[in-house]
Design a binder for this molecule. Structure first.
Ligand code: HEM
Length: 411
């Protein structure tokens, strides 16, 4: 059995606290240089989380993949004294959130949501995704260049689709942006303002659920409410938290991935973009490659309930572990030339959408939005290019998520 390697970044002083995590990202929010160093020297090294707690940071592809499949690395961090990612209480720590649940309770909720989120169901949403993408491009074309493609397209597409799925007016989309930013800690927002935004969001979701219960429709939200009323019930609280999770996960992740992916395609000589313009059939593979290169924020926190052997060594019972997907996705032993966007790679599973028990429930929707949105841009705005120098592109300074704030483009 391989022994746990507990090297710290400052090896000269073994008593020093492990280095603070997250590490600074590159100028264009690239993954920190420390990941490659740690893969080579201390793949199970520890870090100090923003909360002050210590955790083992997983940085190799094989460790991250093995950890996602390991039920003894639990997402349940609800016991008093459990490690936390952030200093302040965050919705991400809330035991009501599906991603923090374990065991039978988690499976039950997951079954209900999965039944409303099947690939077949997503298939029926595809024409609406293309129609919204075309509408957004019509608006861009009518107003003329330059335009901020993040605010005008990358955010709008998933949020408008989510409005359709929830059966709420598309004019509410604008509010979703600041709410989901506030909840995801992605925004540079003072705590009081964040609290206000979260409060307004809570009221909105409660009102929505009450309205749809009184007048049911045929949208995703109605399926979830019906499931609650069927044999396999969701409690009121579970229903609330589920809608909240879908709005935040559905908006923040997809829009951020989309914006960053466009930056990957358009920077420098626009080589990968021009490749897609010449051959739009590469878009399916391109989306896999772009999601690999543009993993958002930091990895998910887990707690070892027993000693667990991973390929690089042993995690001890009681240790907190960060599954750093962004590091795994650039592991050069699995992805040669890992920082390059190449659409001819062998298909290797990158757990960008997680894996195992908590595998992303929105993966089919997210991929459909990214593929259809990208195809619409490639077909209709083939001359798309950055309207600013790459070093002028701004990212938010969120504690965990680094969002692309805007991306001015011309075409
Ligand atoms: C590019 C976009 C997206 C990315 C990169 C992404 C990534 C992830 C990851 C890594 C996890 C697993 C977290 C863990 O195991 O700790 C996850 C879970 C989840 N995602 Fe996504 N996601 C995306 C889009 C979406 C969308 C569009 C939705 C829904 C509308 C969604 C809903 C969820 C839910 C509900 C879970 C929790 C599943 C569970 O705990 O059983 N995601 N996602």
């Amino acid at each position: 059995m391989t022994e746990t390697v507990q090297l710290r970044a400052d090896e000269a002083d073994p008593d020093a606290a492990p280095p603070p995590f997250p590490f600074p990202r590159g100028p264009l929010s690239e993954p920190p240089a420390e990941y490659a160093e740690r893969r080579a020297t201390c793949p199970l090294g520890t870090v100090t989380l923003p909360s002050g707690d210590e955790a083992v940071l997983l940085v190799t592809h094989r460790d991250v993949v093995a950890a996602f499949a390991e039920p003894r690395l639990s997402r349940d961090l609800s016991a008093p004294g459990s490690p936390r990612m952030t200093r302040d209480a965050s919705v991400f720590d809330d035991p009501n959130l599906i991603v923090n649940k374990n065991g039978e309770d988690h499976l039950r909720i997951r079954r209900i949501v999965a039944s409303a989120f099947t690939p077949r169901r997503v298939e029926t949403w595809k024409p609406a995704i293309r129609a919204v993408a075309d509408e957004l491009i019509d608006e861009l074309a009518a107003d003329g260049a330059p335009a901020d493609i993040v605010g005008r397209f990358c955010f709008q597409l998933p949020v408008r689709i989510m409005c359709k799925l929830l059966g709420v007016p598309e004019r509410d989309a604008a509010q979703f942006r600041s709410w989901s930013h506030a909840i995801a800690l992605g925004a540079d927002m003072d705590p009081q303002e964040r609290e206000q935004q979260v409060g307004a969001f809570v009221m909105y979701v409660n009102t929505l659920l009450a309205q749809r219960r009184a007048e049911p429709g045929t949208e995703l939200v109605d399926d979830l409410i019906a499931a609650r009323d069927g044999d396999d019930r969701l409690s009121e609280t579970e229903l609330f938290w589920l809608v909240l999770a879908l709005i935040v996960a559905g908006n923040e992740s997809t829009s951020n991935t989309f914006g960053r992916s466009l930056l990957t395609l358009l920077r420098g000589d626009r080589g990968p973009w021009l490749e897609l313009v010449a051959n739009p059939d590469l878009i399916g593979r391109a989306v896999d490659e772009l999601t690999r290169l543009n993993v958002l924020g930091v990895g998910a926190l887990r707690l070892a309930t027993e000693d667990v052997e991973l390929p690089s060594g042993v995690i001890r019972a009681g240790q907190a572990v960060v599954l750093e997907t962004g590091a795994a996705a650039r592991d050069a032993s699995v992805f040669p030339d890992p920082d390059a966007a190449r659409f001819d790679r062998d298909a290797v599973a990158v757990p960008v959408f997680g894996a195992g028990a908590h595998y992303c429930l929105g993966v089919h929707l997210a991929k459909a939005e990214l593929q259809i949105g990208l195809r619409a841009l490639v077909e209709r705005l083939p001359g798309l290019r950055l309207a600013v120098a790459p070093d002028e592109v701004r990212f938010s300074e969120g504690e965990l998520l680094s969002s692309l704030l805007e991306l001015p483009v011309a075409w």
